[in-house]
Design a protein around this ligand. Structure first.
Ligand SMILES: *Cc1c(COP(=O)(O)O)cnc(C)c1O
Length: 402
């Protein structure tokens, strides 16, 4: 199976992102199907033993086994590379498989990692507890403090890791400046870009060497499948990612890749709308008397407005609210919401609300949580595709109940 001539033309012409999110990577079989086919097969057959040998020694292109690659997964990878502006991409079963594989693929015993301490709970587990079990040293710092990145560098530092905006506090880290410090130290920067999405922030263009996503979030965007993806230069993916993924096996299911491909067709529409709604909601709630603080990554609602203007093209679908009165008040707020449901997911078409201190960040001590800006009154709101007026009514009624 090879790309049809019109698909090849499409891939080489300078089309707009919205167009590429519908067409890039699509390969049609001889049946000429409109939508992308799901190749639900483990392996492939070969005409001859010679052809099979050639496939295995890379002298003949083609698919071998679904743990290595699969036609539907390859379409998803091509479309994601187009979205990110990356040379290469490899899909994984989950976002955490992408984070773990991207880090372990770059590291060996004796190496050192510097990471921002405000991280998604599982990312922090991988850095703080998992990597050290294999002889990798790690240092967690305040990622917004550029001097701290510099000070943490050791002769064996190989990887810098960060999320920006951070989950759940929505702090912004200067990606271009951190990439520069990493490169001067001979290290490489990996960015978890879930909270900004590929629509509003392009870490590779800012100097990062690797970008990872949980495709479970905005890429699916409708609460169905788990998935992850690692993006970078062809050299980065070939050197650090391709073989470890092939041999250790956290492969994405072809069915999930198909769901993600269909998700990408509506990705820019959804993320744009969700972000517009989040901005409207942030405006409507900003001065509410029950709130200690409202953080939203746009100019008016964020203390790091200048940095946001410099590195992000848009806001986010997430809002961080701190309710006056700590956990009890936050719980009253969550329990009073009717339309917005309590769930730890985000990026969904359905608006969702989380209390990070008792869920995603539960296993940390109160001091560690404060380090990560996860106070007892903090609530993370993920804005979906409902009409913003309905969401504002639900939020205001719940705030009144606090
Ligand atoms: C959800 C999330 C992950 C993990 O993704 P899964 O698909 O659940 O494994 C990693 N990083 C961030 C920032 C996330 O929000």
């Amino acid at each position: 199976m090879s790309p049809s001539p019109d698909a090849q033309t499409r891939q080489s012409s300078p089309l707009h992102l919205d167009t590429r999110l519908v067409h890039d990577g699509q390969v049609r079989t001889s049946f000429g199907e409109t939508s992308e086919p799901i190749f639900m097969n483990q392996g492939h057959v070969y005409e001859t033993a010679e052809s099979c040998e050639a496939r295995f020694n890379d002298s003949e292109p083609g698919f071998i086994y679904a743990r290595f690659s699969n036609p539907t997964v390859a379409m998803f990878e091509a479309r994601m590379a187009a979205l990110e502006g990356a040379e290469a991409a490899r899909a994984t079963a989950t976002g955490m498989a992408a984070v773990t594989a991207a880090l372990m693929g770059q590291l060996k015993a004796g190496d050192h990692v510097v990471a921002a301490r405000a991280l998604f709970g599982s990312c922090r587990y991988v850095i703080e507890e998992w990597l050290p079990r294999f002889g990798v040293e790690t240092t967690l710092i305040n990622g917004t403090d550029l001097a701290a990145w510099q000070t943490a560098v050791r002769p064996n530092t190989k990887v810098f890791f960060l999320e920006s905006p951070t989950n759940p506090g929505l702090e912004i880290i200067d990606i271009a400046a951190v990439a520069k410090i990493a490169h001067q130290a001979g290290a490489k920067l990996t960015v978890d870009n879930v909270f900004a999405t590929a629509l509003w922030q392009k870490p590779l263009a800012l100097g990062a060497d690797c970008v990872v996503y949980s495709a479970t979030k905005h890429i699916d965007g409708q609460g169905r499948c788990l998935g992850g993806i690692i993006l970078g230069s062809t050299d980065f993916i070939e050197t650090h990612v391709k073989t470890p993924l092939r041999q250790t096996g956290p492969a994405m299911s072809p069915f999930n890749a198909w769901v993600m491909l269909k998700g990408l067709e509506t990705f820019s529409l959804r993320v744009e709308r969700q972000s517009q709604s989040a901005a409207v909601i942030a405006d409507a709630l900003a001065d509410h008397p029950t709130l200690e603080q409202l953080i939203y990554p746009n100019h008016r609602h964020h203390p790091q407005a200048a940095l946001i203007a410099q590195q992000m093209q848009g806001g986010s679908s997430l809002i961080a609210l701190t309710i006056k009165g700590g956990k009890a008040a936050a719980f009253r707020f969550l329990n009073a919401l009717r339309l917005i449901r309590i769930s730890n997911n985000l990026g969904d078409a359905k608006s969702l609300v989380t209390h990070p201190a008792t869920t995603t960040h539960q296993r940390f001590t109160p001091e560690q949580r404060l380090d990560m800006n996860v106070g007892d009154g903090l609530v993370r709101l993920s804005i979906g595709l409902e009409h913003p007026t309905d969401l504002i009514a639900d939020l205001k009624a719940a705030l009144a109940a606090v």
